[in-house]
Ligand binder design. Sequence first.
Ligand code: FES
Length: 104
Amino acid sequence: MTLITFTPVAHVDDVPPGTSKVVDLDGQSVLICHSNGRLFAIANRCSHADEPLACGRIRAGWIACPVHGARFDLETGRAMNPPAKAPIRVYEVRIIGEQIEVAR
Ligand code: FES
């Protein structure tokens, strides 16, 4: 059995609807995104040319890379359109009290 460890990364008020916040998870840059009434955590790194996804436009469950416009599904990490083809990493998220926690 694998034990999942969650790490507190931000307060819920830090990520209002439609926004995102970059956090550090053991040296990894992770982007917390608030969309569709939910919080998601994704790798802050586009699978196309390795650019940060922070500042990308967030809409109904997806984020658009600010560099060349590839969109990624926030839940699965799936690349939704070119130029990206590979998915990005997604992380499990939970809220404990008012803290956002991300699985390592
Ligand atoms: S770096 Fe993200 S689409 Fe090119």
